[in-house]
Design a protein around this ligand. Structure first.
Ligand code: RIB
Length: 305
């Protein structure tokens, strides 16, 4: 039986437009395509872990609208345990996404039912958390729920990963002691640490500050520049595989899910980071969030350029 990854977080329906460039304030642009794609950072990370070899359970909330059942079905088809995905009243989470010709995106999310995931609802599915080897959280559900999940994961002796996305400011100071692996991107690392992360050197300064705050280990993802791993004793810069990007949506989620799956399977941290990097690189060569996430077979067959 593969090790169990439990993801506590968001499910969103992504409403995706492709346009030559991102619109400016007050501007109406003519887009090229529109699609409706299952996403949400939590659900994307669950799909990534499942496709990349882990046994996965998802904890989250969906609405009573048509998107809700589509989001749950998208996880069930991957073999993800959805007994802790609750249907609550109202609309499911949505993300409005524009992807431009240079494969960059801009995203606005509306939490909808993701906002209904409470500490009380996590207490009702404690057995799911108890069965985990690795617990992953992000920041698209209420902060008090994330705080509860991190601390409960620590109490239960699980490996706890926080992907602090999206981040707009520092994390509550009392969260850090519960986090084994903190995985921000550059802008999130800047928001958390107060250090402007725009280079490998500034990423090292930010990672040091986050470890001093109490995080166990920090991995700052640097897009095409790879990732910086810090454990408080040394740094390692892991270079990203080179690929032709089509759409970067869910690349970070694919990295986190792949890293968690590999770690749960017993790989070393460096191996798990490289595995996550290959998975993320493959994901940017394809459009959409969940449709872009590769399988274990894809990753094993990857040949660097
Ligand atoms: O990380 C990508 C995800 O961010 C999208 O799928 C969207 O739903 C937003 O949550």
């Amino acid at each position: 039986m593969p090790a169990k990854v439990v993801v506590i977080g968001s499910l969103n329906m992504d409403l995706v437009t492709r346009a030559s460039r991102l619109p400016r304030a007050g501007e109406t642009l003519i887009g090229q395509t529109f699609s409706t794609v299952p996403g949400g950072k939590g659900a994307n990370q669950a799909v990534a872990s499942a496709r990349l070899g882990a046994s996965v359970a998802m904890v989250g909330c969906i609405g009573t609208d048509a998107y809700g059942s589509q989001l749950r079905d998208a996880l069930l088809v991957e073999g993800i345990d959805c007994q802790a995905v609750s249907t609550v009243g109202g609309s499911s989470g949505v993300a409005l996404i524009v992807v431009d010709d240079s494969s960059q995106n801009a995203i606005v999310i509306v939490a909808g039912s993701n906002g209904e995931l409470t500490p009380a609802s996590l207490r009702t599915c404690d057995a799911v958390l108890q069965a985990a080897d690795v617990i992953i959280c992000q920041l698209e559900v209420p902060m008090e729920t994330v705080g509860y999940a991190l601390k409960r994961g620590r109490e239960l002796g699980k490996t706890v990963i926080l992907n602090p996305a999206p981040a707009s400011g520092p994390l509550p100071a009392d969260w850090y002691a519960s986090i084994d692996y903190l995985i921000p991107n550059e802008s999130e690392a800047s928001a958390l640490s107060g250090v402007a992360v725009d280079s490998l050197d500034s990423a090292k300064v930010a990672a040091t500050a986050l470890i001093q705050a109490g995080a166990g280990k920090v991995i700052i993802t640097l897009g095409a520049q790879g990732a910086l791993f810090a454990d408080g004793k040394s740094f390692e810069h892991l270079v990203a595989p080179k690929v032709k990007a089509v759409d970067t949506t869910a690349a970070g989620d694919t990295f986190v899910g792949g890293f968690a799956a590999a770690l749960a399977a017993g790989q070393s941290e460096a191996e798990a980071i490289r595995f996550g990097q290959v998975a993320a690189a493959l994901s940017v060569t394809r459009a959409g969030a969940q449709p872009s996430i590769p399988t274990l077979h894809d990753v094993q067959g990857f040949v660097p350029a």
